[in-house]
Design a protein around this ligand. Structure first.
Ligand code: FES
Length: 163
């Protein structure tokens, strides 16, 4: 492991993770997903040192833990960009050009779904139906919901978000 990785790990405050684990009704895999959701709510992703604590506390192996994490695209194992772009890939949005928007974002920011751009401004994710198909294609950028976007409009929107 590189020295810089070591420094980053040491900077993570594990007290919130311990508090979440201590508040579980029981130390069992039944509560793993809610615990991971809360931990990600604290750090915006699932830092490795926090996951070590989860493995010890709940008593699961690394393979079991990361098997669960990798099953749910919402769980992030790397720190995301300042804004997460959730681009709807549901049927209505896909038919209306969501994939073309993804390609446009890739062209401009060099990111594909699951990736973060070099400046750590955006992490791109695709989502299942966001529940407003009438305004397809839909995207949620950070906390903001945007409808009837197109490739050009998506770039204009993204340009309004700054570090
Ligand atoms: S398919 Fe995109 S909002 Fe429903």
């Amino acid at each position: 492991m590189a020295d810089t990785d070591q420094v980053v790990e040491e900077e993570i405050d594990l007290a919130p993770t311990q508090k979440i684990l201590d508040a579980l009704p029981e130390k069992s895999r039944r509560y793993l997903i809610p615990a991971l959701q809360k931990i990600q709510g604290v750090y915006r992703y699932l830092p490795e040192p926090a996951m070590e604590l989860v493995m010890m506390d709940i008593g699961i192996s690394k393979a079991q833990l990361y098997g669960v994490i990798s099953f749910f695209p919402k769980f992030l194992i790397e720190e995301p960009g300042k804004y997460i772009i959730n681009l709807c890939y549901g049927t209505a949005c896909f038919v209306k050009g969501a994939e073309i928007i993804v390609n446009k974002i890739h062209e401009c920011y060099k990111i594909k779904p699951g990736q973060t751009d070099a400046s750590k401004l955006f992490t791109l994710q695709t989502a299942s139906c966001l529940g407003n198909c009438g305004a397809a294609p839909m995207a949620i950028i950070g906390e903001d919901t945007h409808g009837t976007i197109d490739p050009e409009k998506s770039l204009e929107l993204l340009a309004s978000y700054k570090l």
